[in-house]
Ligand binder design. Structure first.
Ligand code: C2E
Ligand code: CA
Ligand code: CA
Ligand code: CA
Length: 282
């Protein structure tokens, strides 16, 4: 048993060493990747239920590192948030999105609204508005085409300064969404104080709506409440026809999920948009 114990210890120790090595490598690689801007952006279409139109896309960052291979945003985004690297990283992402928007425009595609994810730490910077505006103007993009996805947690505090920032962004033309709605345990009181365009119901609810009646009731209530406040509702992580059907019955406005498309590179998105138009005319 003693021998066994020591092996066990050796095993954990190896694992610990491996983890901390990976973390060190991750940090070094991430810093380098930000400097060299070696990220790409995928876009996931959002479809309006009623008119079946592509009403916009969500930009999602992708990273393949030489030394680590493909690293998912679920791993490197939280790490970037912890280390503050999220701020330069988000600026690289915004630049890439602006470049894609300009390319679409040059190809004669009518403007597709793009939503980008904004981390709490980034949003909290005093010069947040100035700096994103500088990038948007530099690339000749218009804030009207951009939507900022802020998580419930980011805006939860409902402080005067957050409200002011959101109102300013809205005046500049940016649209505002609340992401991952339903996961923040927040009070709903802030919803009518904020100038919101969209509320995104977290995929954890969507996954269970066809099986669990109480999840269905929650989603139903969220949609009702949002509509009272003139906010449109996006359901995230929609994968099946049954989910679409149920969400339609509940009067949900917009669907995003693998059911219609995974996040895809810019060039594939243009094909998707073209095919979608043909499909709609049929
Ligand atoms: P999120 O903002 O909630 O994004 C939705 C995630 O769900 C994306 O994962 C997307 O690929 C995935 N997804 C979409 N439809 C489906 C579906 O039908 N089924 C399933 N199972 N998944 C679906 P992804 O791209 O891995 O991103 C994970 C998270 O990382 C994002 O969650 C967001 O919090 C963060 N993230 C991704 N890109 C960025 C970025 O550019 N900036 C920032 N700050 N965060 C980002
Ligand atoms: Ca999002
Ligand atoms: Ca989300
Ligand atoms: Ca999420």
């Amino acid at each position: 048993a003693k021998q066994n114990g020591r092996n066990q210890y050796a095993f954990y120790f190896d694992e610990l060493k491996r983890d901390s090595k990976r973390l060190l490598l991750l940090e070094a690689e991430l810093r380098k990747a930000i400097q060299q801007k070696e990220f790409s952006i995928h876009y996931q279409p959002k479809i309006s239920i009623e008119k079946q139109e592509i009403i916009g896309v969500e930009a999602l960052v992708r990273w393949t590192s030489d030394k680590l291979g493909t690293v998912s945003p679920g791993e490197f985004i939280p790490y970037a948030e912890e280390t503050g690297l999220i701020i330069p990283l988000s600026e690289v992402i915004l630049e890439k999105v602006c470049m894609d928007i300009i390319e679409w425009r040059m190809k004669g595609i009518s403007d597709i609204p793009v939503s980008i994810n904004i981390a709490a730490l980034h949003f909290q910077q005093d010069d947040f508005i100035e700096r994103i505006n500088t990038i948007v103007m530099q690339y000749n993009c218009s804030p009207q085409q951009l939507e900022l996805e802020l998580t419930e947690r980011t805006v939860m505090k409902d402080s005067e300064s957050i409200v002011k920032k959101l109102i300013k962004l809205k005046h500049m033309g940016f649209k505002i969404s609340i992401d991952d709605f339903g996961t923040g345990y927040s009070s709903l009181s802030y919803l009518n104080r904020f100038p919101l365009n969209y509320l995104k119901i977290d995929s954890s609810f969507v996954k269970q709506i066809t099986a669990l009646k109480d999840k269905q009731a929650i989603v139903d209530c969220i949609i009702l409440m949002a509509h009272r406040l003139h906010i449109k509702v996006v359901a995230e992580g929609v994968e099946t026809k049954d989910q679409v059907k149920l969400l339609k019955e509940m009067d949900c406005d917009i669907i995003q999920g693998y059911y219609f498309s995974k996040p895809i590179p810019s060039t594939e998105l243009l094909d998707f948009v073209e095919l979608w138009e043909i499909h709609k005319q049929e």
